[in-house]
Write a protein of this length. Sequence first.
Lengths: 731, 574
Amino acid sequence: MEQQPSRASHIATFALVTAVLMALSGSFRLWDHHSSLALAKYGVGTLLCLTLALCAGFSARRSGTWQITAMGSAAVLPLVLISDWVTRPYGFYPGLAVRGEILLLTLGSFLVLRRLPHLLSVLALLAPIFLGWWFFSYVGTRQLVSDDHSSVFFRLQLLKDNFPNIPHYLPLWNGGIEWRDFFGTGILNLYLLFWPLIEAWPLEQSYTLLVALVAFAVLPLSVYCGARMLDLDRLAGSCAAILSLCFSLVWYRWVLKYGAMGFVTSAALVPAVFCLSARFIERRGKLSLLSCLTVVILGSLALCWPLMALFFIPLLLVAAPNMIQLLRRWQFWTVLCLLMMINLPWGVLFWKVSKVDKFITLGEEGDALSGHGQEIGQIPDPDQHWDTALAASSNKSINFKAGVRKLREAASSTNPLVFVFALPGLALLGGRRVRSVFILMMLEGVLLGAAVSQLKPQYELERMMMLACLLLCVPAGAAIAELLRRCASEGARPGERMLGALTIACLVCGIFVSAWISQNRSYERFGLNSASSAKLAKLIRENAATGRIAFTGFVLHELDGGHIAPLVFSTGKPLLTAAPTHSRWSYTELVPEEYKSRGIPGIEEYFELMNVSVVAAHEADWRGLLDAHPESYLPLGAAGAFTLYKRVRWQPSYFLSGSGAVLSQDSGGLVVRMDSAEAVLKFNYLPFLKSSACALSPAKVGASAVLIRVTACTPGAEISIRAGKPWERLL
Amino acid sequence: MGRGWIIGIVVCLVGATAFVLATLFGLAYAFYVSSPYPDSGFLLNEISSGGLFTIVNKYSNAYLAWRLNPLWVAVWNGYGQEVVASLMLGFVASGGYLVARTIRAPQSSTAELWPAVWGIAGSAAIPILFGLDTIVIAAFCWLPLFIFVLLRAESKSGMVLPILILSTLLALDADQFALPLALGGVALALAMGRSVSIWFAVTVPALRAFWIDTAEFPDYPPSAHVVPGYNTSEGLYSLLGPESPIPILDRSYIRELASHTGMMLLVLAILGMLVERRLLKRSFWSVVPSAVLVLAVCLLLDGSLVPPLYSQIAPLASISRLLPGLSLYPLAVIVSVGGVLLASIWLGSSAPTRLAPLWSLGALFIIALLGVSNFSNYPVMTAQGRQDLLKRGGLAPSAEFISPSLFIASQQGSDLAAINRPYSFGSLKEYAADITVSQNQSLASNLVDGDPKTTWYPYGGQFGVEWIQIALPELLPIDGIRLDPGAYRTDFPRGLKISAGLSCGSLELVYFSPDWQGEILFTPKGFPYFGEQSRVTVKLSAPHPVRCIRIEQMGNSPRFNWNVAEIELSVRKS
């Protein structure tokens, strides 16, 4: 018969979990964060709780009943709910009033406690649908565009048009640039995961659905599968899956507001990969072929966001002592070979074309990349120009206080259920190695997020703490399930039942809070496309003719809060801007200084060089300058923050010398009809460009522009100019 | 013919009679209150073909889209809204009668009349207490019948179809309230020992909660407000479903309503429990009085007896946030109506006892008291005064008022249309006015020095005794006054009274606002709203020829000074 944990064990667990929460919380105040009644300050509360935990723990150990109990942890919940944890700005909960909802749901849960284990399994299935419904009831047919969403949409469209020929030449932006940020941003995982959907439907209709699928379906499914792979039962998996849907406000910040979908997709897959890998190590490589293939496929998708590799270090550390046994297994070699076969080619290509080494050393002395250090061509590359501002923000050493502050900020925005139940949940995970992996992962998350992030701000490693919390949903789910089984049993006391009901109320309330966040009502507001962006696209379509449209400077969030990149698709016109995605950390001009310094004549010369027909400006100084020269710039109208001007003296031609016509330009290259044997095209030259018929070479124009010189052509011939195949570049 | 048939015929006859009488009462009431224009508890836009209309409640300032089932829409289009509301009241009465006699079957044919009388009384109490409000009446018209079929469900297996039909009707007419009402009905049936399938009974109302119509709001700017804030903005959100972009419910009305009806129901519940225990020799905690008690406690927790900070976590506020669409209409009204109906059902079911008429009369007295209070200026229905103001102002229900701006419209009356025009404010410095102030006379020159950084302020907070008096050297037609607080944006007057006249000895009141909410501004489409409270600009509807102006601060706010940096006047020269 299973031994019941002693009262001392409950007390010790209660004190231990309270100590952890107090340490994570800093000042643990009563009722709300304005309250002057602090339950713990200067670590006194934490120390007292730790002392109590030690005393009770020793007492329980002496009597042989020492256990970390889910019930003891659950007893912390009332303390959390009357504390300021639920009222902090940027916390997970919407405010102090949420206590009412939790009380109400506690009453409801108490009434149906016996049936809750069954109901929770149903809820795990219904919660994603519920969240998806409310999300789309708010979003409707609009598209997510805030911050990186627009860039992600753009990248997916490029992948849809060009995959597998990536990186490729993109003539639609900035007179032709190399587009290669598929690797660094990890967007390939989203594309590959939803390839049929992306190919079957127009992306503008399916994009928001993809985001919702990752947030509300892939994540809970991954967590559920992860829990099941660790031999936890269905109830534990369901609890973990539900918890994963409401584990943190920061998760929804990254999904809905920032739109870092490469990272988000990778993070959503990590629980399944991580748990399966932990099982792989626990069983010393004894896995079925199907499981091995799952590790390879999901692992490869997760590793599409390269930094995710850091998260697998604990697995290697725990596996190291058993490496010899692992080496004897065919499963190990199968997984290793397949992983290398899939990931090595693109990894090497990524390393080669993206200049990863420079990015990694950014912030170290002498290694900061300049904003104008272009190697070829005047137009900036999307990934290459990390501004000195970013480099300057990195520290040379780790500040302990700043680290603690980062940790506490991350903890505040996390659902307290994760912290309350993670500790007893870890004890419930089967296998010493699995527990070790989880503990190391947790420590690594804190180390990377709170400490290393100060040294390398360009990685935004703070999100590693969020990832650690996400993975803790698995043990926390196990502990909640254990608690629920005990509370729903015949012998449960009213107090225990009440704690069980309260826990489930917090869990269910979390789903409501997630629905609240997904309806754009939290602090983390996300943006959707609006009428003003449609108006801008219409204005451009109607006035651009065959020329390019120049945006006078860096457009950060002026277009519905997102980046400007996808405007080339909605207008069907080639555009110019300082950077189409967020690759600048401070304002940058489009027109190079050598032209701008000469005033209107210089600016006109540059616009003519780039075949600009319409100029769009959102900056007051640029608008003032263009308004002051009506003889050169005719106002066409305004849309949102932008005012459009028609160039009066525009000479429509993409040929700087020679003659011919640009027949088409799309996201993969351009088709030109040559009427002369030689010509210089107003497109940037890049060394990997290939022509179907003529010879291509660089033509330097001015101090910085390097355009395409086409030679050895047959007049009247149509030639296409595209990037060479990726394997050619690799080899 | 067996006894069962006779009882069945009697029940049908009595039920039909209750239906007819309640309908007739509803019609009479509607005609009584419908002069000079339909003056029920709401204003509404034209009903659409799908039965959808936007509606604003004159009492609570609730503004929402409401949809009726097609049958009601046909009646509405044919005979008018009063007939629809009256027929709905008829269903409430007959349903109430059936529920009451199901809870406790009458022992004789004469006793059969008691549940019917109380069914009619319960339905009549709704318009008397809460106005002829389509939302309330439509929400409740099917509920008693729904509860009736739930209570019969155990004994009659053929009740599956009626439950389905009535839950569907409930979902169609009660809109967002269908789910909480259905849950309440099921809880009542379960508490009475009936074995009802919760899932079966609430599925259709639950699905209805996912399709809630949203009203189109005027394009108020983010800083706008249309009702006083009462410092409770934190709990005024909705976790699911439609949400108003700015707070629109008049919380003071809701809190007063909740506390008064809560008290009334509390008295009724305790009376009921005592009757059950002492006279009927049953459990003190019998189901219906206990349910009334629960509703009464919920109302009291939502009412003015509990500070707003804590009533945010009270059950009604929490349910309003949890269930879709409930934050758009005061749940206190729905719960109050539910409590009154339950109380009337209990009174009807307890009629066969000897002393029941006595208790019934007592309860009737309490309801009548509140009914009377509705027609007086008793605080329960403070919004009644607003309705009268609207009428006195000669304002017909037009588009601007079928909006959350109704609160402002009813406060301002006909003045509102007159102030929707440009004003030209100029500094008082131009007129060499003689300014005297209640305190700090040495700083009075700051009021006209043209420097927004220098201000006049009385000592230590606002206590309702501060004033500024301006004596003008010439007669000026003034139609607006601006009191700029400068950089001290929180130091606006909490209440404002402005008197003006031809001399400082004979002043007349031209403006009075005991609770300053901000300048009245208008959206491009003409919907009025309050601007920021720090913009202290008073617009008068017509110019007043004055030589002396006295501005008095009426509010009480010890923590905040009244700061005035500059005084500006709008002089309207014809």
